[in-house]
Design a protein around this ligand. Structure first.
Ligand SMILES: [Zn+2]
Length: 164
């Protein structure tokens, strides 16, 4: 599957460009089945994140490796013709993504970028589990109350000696 035929690339691009692309659905089904709720196509935020998890103050982009220029990814391979055109197009997309991420961060959102290749069948389970962990971590951090620190061992020893 290293080389895409014209038809495959066409299908791939059509899929990546459209709404409700398959990778996005994979993420949505997974999160939903784990009890996470989200808004979709929330256009009032920069870059129109694919999923917005308000409870987690997190936005998720599910990015196609080609259109968003996934560096070092085997699925990001420029067509042999019109190289300059494609290069500048993809570079523009990357710059825009970067800008959107920065804006969102400044607004206090956690930004998660998921690449299509991370959702391939062989990577999917591992990746989605790590996504759950990440979201758990974000939730705990944002909802953590100030806890009393437990004394370390030295303090305990001193406390025990002084107790008589
Ligand atoms: Zn990729």
């Amino acid at each position: 599957m290293d080389v895409m035929t014209k038809q495959q690339r066409h299908n791939c691009m059509a899929r990546i460009k459209g709404k409700n692309t398959k990778p996005e659905l994979i993420v949505r089904r997974f999160l939903w089945s784990h009890g996470l709720r989200y808004r979709i196509n929330y256009s009032r935020l920069p870059g129109k994140p694919d999923l917005v998890l308000t409870k987690y103050r997190t936005v998720i982009f599910v990015n196609g490796c080609f259109w968003h220029g996934h560096d070092g990814c085997r699925y990001y391979r420029l067509p042999k013709s019109n190289v300059e055109y494609w290069t500048s197009k993809i570079e523009n997309n990357k710059a825009r993504d970067q800008r959107d991420r920065e804006l969102l961060s400044k607004m206090g959102w956690n930004v998660v970028q998921i690449w299509e290749c991370q959702l391939l069948p062989k990577n999917r389970e591992t990746y989605l589990e790590s996504l759950l962990n990440l979201l758990d971590g974000i939730f705990l951090e944002s909802h953590s109350v100030k806890r009393y620190a437990l004394p370390d061992d030295d303090d305990l020893a001193i406390a025990a000696e002084n107790s008589d």
